[in-house]
Design a protein around this ligand. Structure first.
Ligand SMILES: [Zn+2]
Length: 685
């Protein structure tokens, strides 16, 4: 994480978070001829919709679509992701056929980055050699000052040892960008794995130590040395983890915003040489820094003294190794797969090289590839259509606020002001990222990665102290996802999500509102979820709620927390209701307002059946289609620990069991499992 981005996204793509590409103008459904948006062969009619709507709606799909060997989960998102990958590959490969490609042009950058990544013979031949100068820098550290210099260099080029640092929109003055420091520096996906006493955590720790040792061995160290190094790394990371906040503790924007002047920062952690750290990255010590978790830095301050210099060097070397493995020779890649994908997530087979290189091309050159992509595949009329749907959803949210039974007029008024100030971004940015100055060569894959990292970090740090550029995007146009960004009070829908199963011109309104409409509603609701509601219309953290209304809101949110805490997807692991509350609130609200918008359409009013289903029924079937999926046990366990989204199945069962519209559509009676009893039922928006 290079900057503080508190996006509320729709879906977590796990290890493949970077991004993907897709087309909107081609047939995306395999049974294109009879396409009407709901594939009725997905249904399992042996299960009653009133008992388990998820299995009823997509049970056959779930049975017939196991997770492919190189995946850790499979569903509508991943189908789209894979489809897009293939199209992106075409876009990228087309650059190698171009004549007169100018050095420094986006075509040259994309072409050479991908080509060099795909040149596995060269990657094997080079092995770890291209990293030798980097290792040398670490080896040559002789003093604490030297440590901070190299630490800064690594933050700039390869990794983020000890903590996260970058620029961030000032959450209490959102027109400006300030510096941002946050907890970090650990190699496992969550601090809990270091401190929890349960069986899975212990198993993860043991495997991790072995993994660390193996990578040190591959880098040329003896078995005995590598074993010691692994123990050192584990000891340091455990200390960092112990003083890190949990994911739930990090949900509160107010508690995780702490403005520090430079003098105050130096006082907070005097053993840390901040001046050297900043200056070595080419910036002046920032006047204002948001320190997300001050106690983390107080502990780090102690560690700077207590941890031996040699141990810090081992830890830095580990950070370099850990972040470089995907771009090194096959022995490294294999070890990284064995731990990260196979053990942690249950993958059976490595993704083919082109998919991995494509992901990193998207990561390094996202908007360069994005430009080529939208030029070829994104039809302008998709933007117009999406804008029209968004408008109906914003109107529905406005009505929901106005007619809301529990909010005072005072809070309602400010909620409407916030809603009226929503910014909407669709498809791709008006202004593309400028890659001028970035050098991508054909010397080595890892060198390209380091150069691209440095380029991106410098761009990020340049923003500190300047006005915020609200035109920037935090996702590539080719990403199958969407987000709400509270500091910009904006909802953003990249080109790639504007297609089946979310949206298709050939689908009826029921399908489009049950898919894309509910997704848009979901993002709008994020502006008013447990986190979003703490920001005002201008994107500043500010309490605009009356005390009484905030209390009522929290009581309703608590009901959602309780509902989801009761779900146990695997073994004894239940959903973390608190961690997932924002997403669950957004799903419930999104479905509610999208259904309200759908009720205004001609199709709903005419109430004609298609394939035997009423429009209202098709609306809810469409939502289930979006979340159909299979996931490996290991990946599910990891998600339950780290993902603020509930597993797909529960994103269907949970919200629908609260909705009167759903009860009416499928004749769900009191006492049916798909109907929450009145005392537990919740409605916020
Ligand atoms: Zn979301």
């Amino acid at each position: 994480m290079k900057s503080k981005i508190k996006l509320s996204i729709l879906f977590l793509l796990g290890v493949f978070m970077t991004s993907v590409f897709t087309t909107s103008c081609q047939n995306n459904n395999s049974k294109a001829e009879n396409f009407d948006g709901i594939d009725t062969t997905n249904l399992d009619k042996s299960v009653k919709p009133q008992v388990d709507f998820y299995t009823y709606a997509v049970g056959n799909w779930v049975k017939n679509n196991p997770v492919p060997p190189d995946q850790t989960s499979w569903g509508a998102f991943m189908e789209l992701f894979e489809k897009t990958n293939k199209q992106v590959k075409k876009v990228i490969q087309a650059t190698s056929k171009l004549k007169d490609v100018k050095p420094g042009s986006i075509e040259q950058l994309v072409r050479d980055f991908y080509k060099t990544g795909m040149d596995s013979a060269n990657v094997e031949k080079l092995g770890i050699t291209p990293l030798k100068p980097e290792f040398k820098k670490i080896q040559n550290i002789k003093s604490r000052k030297g440590l901070f210099k190299v630490l800064a260099h690594m933050h700039l080029t390869s990794s983020a040892p000890m903590f996260s640092f970058g620029s961030a929109t000032d959450e209490k003055n959102s027109r400006f960008v300030i510096a941002y420091l946050a907890q970090g520096g650990i190699g496992l996906p969550d601090r809990d794995y270091y401190v929890n006493k349960n069986k899975r955590s212990e198993q993860v720790r043991q495997k991790y130590i072995k993994h660390v040792q193996k990578l040190f061995e591959l880098s040329g160290d003896s078995e005995a040395t590598a074993k010691k190094e692994a123990a050192t790394v584990m000891a340091i990371e455990t200390q960092l983890a112990k003083h890190s906040r949990t994911r739930v503790e990090r949900r509160d924007p107010n508690k995780n915003y702490n403005a520090f002047t430079f003098a105050k920062l130096q006082k907070l952690a005097p053993n840390f040489d901040w001046t050297t750290f900043f200056v070595s990255q080419g910036i002046k010590p920032p006047k204002k820094t948001d320190v997300g978790q001050p106690e983390f830095f107080q502990n780090l301050n102690k560690m700077i003294k207590t941890v031996k210099l040699d141990d810090w060097k081992t830890y830095l070397k580990w950070n370099l190794l850990r972040n470089s493995t995907p771009y090194l020779n096959s022995a490294f890649v294999k070890e990284s797969f064995n731990f990260g994908s196979k053990f942690m997530r249950g993958a059976k087979k490595m993704r083919p090289r082109w998919k991995r290189v494509l992901s990193s091309t998207n990561g390094a050159l996202g908007e360069a590839v994005g430009q080529l992509y939208v030029k070829k595949y994104f039809p302008e009329d998709a933007k117009v259509k999406a804008k029209a749907i968004v408008k109906t959803l914003l109107t529905a949210m406005g009505n929901s606020i106005k007619n809301n039974s529990w909010m005072s007029d005072k809070t309602k008024k400010l909620a409407l002001v916030k809603l009226d100030s929503f910014h909407v971004k669709i498809g791709y940015p008006d202004k593309w990222k400028d890659y001028t100055g970035l050098k991508i060569g054909t010397d080595s894959y890892i060198q390209n990665i380091l150069r691209a990292n440095e380029f991106a970090t410098k761009k990020d740090l340049e923003k500190i102290g300047k006005p915020a550029d609200k035109s920037e995007w935090e996702m590539n146009p080719q990403t199958v996802n969407a987000y709400y960004n509270p500091v910009n009070n904006e909802i953003v829908f990249p080109a790639a999500i504007l297609q089946y199963t979310f949206y298709d011109v050939r689908s009826d309104d029921a399908v489009n509102y049950g898919g894309m409409g509910a997704v848009i509603g979901h993002e709008i609701t994020h502006g008013f979820d447990d986190q979003g509601r703490q920001y005002d219309a201008n994107g500043n953290i500010k309490d605009w709620w009356t005390k009484e209304d905030a209390k009522k809101y929290k009581a309703r949110a608590q009901k959602i927390i309780n509902q989801f805490n009761a779900y146990v997807p695997i073994d004894s692991l239940h959903i973390n209701g608190e961690l997932t509350q924002g997403e669950n609130i957004a799903d419930l609200g999104g479905l509610t307002i999208s259904f309200a918008a759908f009720k205004k359409t001609k199709q709903y009013k005419e109430n004609k059946k298609i394939d035997g289903f009423t429009p209202a029924q098709r609306f809810y079937l469409s939502w289930a289609n979006v979340w159909k999926g299979n996931i490996r046990d290991q990946a599910l366990k990891l998600r339950l620990k780290t993902d603020p989204h509930s597993p797909g199945k529960y994103r269907v069962l949970g919200p629908l069991s609260n909705l009167t519209g759903f009860y009416n559509a499928f004749n769900v009676k009191p006492g049916d499992p798909m109907r929450q009893p009145k005392s537990k039922r919740v409605k916020i928006w």
